[in-house]
Design a protein around this ligand. Structure first.
Ligand SMILES: NC(=O)c1ccc[n+]([C@@H]2O[C@H](COP(=O)([O-])OP(=O)(O)OC[C@H]3O[C@@H](n4cnc5c(N)ncnc54)[C@H](OP(=O)(O)O)[C@@H]3O)[C@@H](O)[C@H]2O)c1
Length: 194
């Protein structure tokens, strides 16, 4: 297995169910229903990684996207909620709405591009989806800003597979420091594309 030193270039050689998130050094992923930072380079990375593949998210993460940006184009957007009837509300337009995360993951794998499924969070959904996932693409932002939503803790079954940059940080055009990291479970394989 080759380990890419630039995770934004990875391609998987087997079906994957991945989680993708951005977090602070302390694992904060959200605050007040949004993300407490601006990082255009991470948004570009998120788009590159998830484009063409189904995405699964909790209703609160869906709600956190400005209406004009949802559904995320080029991706089947699957949203889980326990609210009966929410799928018929105007706020759900463009989403495939399901009331079970297991069902959402099956539906995603049957959707276009379902050889790679990306779970987008948030905190509640990551915590429940972890056991079903074999990849985690994590952007670490070099900040200690506080928040109210936490990334899941990766257990010993997860191993670090690469980072960009290999050491240290990229610096955003807005001055924020960040790095892309890739984690996987077990024998999950990936290669850099040609
Ligand atoms: N930094 C990042 O990369 C990142 C990524 C994603 C999200 N976020 C942030 O995380 C925060 C949102 O996360 P969150 O943990 O509060 O909420 P969330 O996980 O996005 O959504 C939770 C909601 O999903 C539904 N749900 C959860 N589990 C379900 C299940 N098993 N079956 C059916 N429905 C289920 C419920 O919706 P109902 O209440 O409708 O029943 C629940 O209230 C926001 O601040 C967002 O900006 C950050």
């Amino acid at each position: 297995m080759s380990t890419p030193d630039s995770p934004e270039l990875y391609r998987f050689t087997q079906p994957i169910v991945g989680m993708i998130w951005a977090q602070t050094n302390q694992g904060v992923i959200g605050a007040d229903g949004g993300m407490p930072w601006q990082l255009p380079e991470d948004m570009a990375q998120f788009k590159r990684v998830t484009m063409g593949h189904p995405v699964v998210m909790g209703r609160k993460t869906w709600d956190s996207f400005p209406a004009k940006f949802r559904p995320l184009p080029g991706r089947t957007n699957i949203v889980v909620t326990r609210q009966e009837g929410w799928g018929s509300t105007p706020g759900a337009a463009g989403a495939v709405v399901l009331d079970s995360l297991d069902q959402a993951l099956v539906e995603a794998q049957l959707s276009p591009g379902g050889n790679e499924v990306w779970v987008l969070g948030g905190g509640q959904v990551f915590a429940q989806a972890m056991d079903s996932c074999n990849v985690a693409a994590i952007t670490v932002i070099n900040t200690d800003v506080p928040g109210d939503t936490q990334a899941p803790a990766l257990g010993p079954e997860w191993s670090f597979r690469g980072a960009s940059p290999v050491k240290g940080w990229h610096t955003s055009r807005n001055g924020t420091e960040y790095r892309f990291t890739l984690w996987a479970k077990g024998e999950t394989e990936f290669v850099a594309p040609e």
